[in-house]
Design a protein around this ligand. Sequence first.
Ligand SMILES: [Zn+2]
Length: 214
Amino acid sequence: MSQDRLPPPELEACLVRLRPSSQKGGTIIVEDVTDLATHERRLCDPDGYRPRFCPTCRETTLHVHDYRERVLRAEPGRPTIETVRHECISCEAIWQILPLFLARCLWRTWPVVERTMTGAAAQADEGSRRWPKVPERTQRRWRARWLRPARFVAQVLTSCGEATWAAAAGTLAPAATCAELVAACVRATMTAAGMALAVVAALVFRLQASVRLM
Ligand SMILES: [Zn+2]
């Protein structure tokens, strides 16, 4: 059986969703959960990941709907991660709750994607044996996104109302790539290496859920 269970996505079609999702609920990215240990602690606590209110109808009572296991490909550690979904008692919307470090559409964590894109994966450092190799075809797909013009994503940041992000986007040349946009955001916000893609992707998702950074 093929390693890739899903067909490779069309570049533009998957990075920008043109129609609003017909599904009730959606994804909430919890931006202060940056590592697996914190994620597992929050998962064990029944209230750890419970949204304070339903983003659709503002109802404040949500129950755990289920726990789901997601496959992670090419992780240095365990190849799966458990996530929780909550259901709103009023509108029945179901919200999947994801930690910041999980790349929601890429079957990976963001540190793995960032490590692959920034070239750190090529370094023969001590830890490289613990980081399985990302297949060439996947790397090519990611690289096309990483090096695509950032204009559209930059517009999202420019209009976000947060001065730091808007200023970072404002420093970019018109032909700047997403890689340069992420670098500018890292400089502006002093984000730690390894979490830069995670932080920018979460911000783009929060501002404009229909647009994907990668
Ligand atoms: Zn609701």
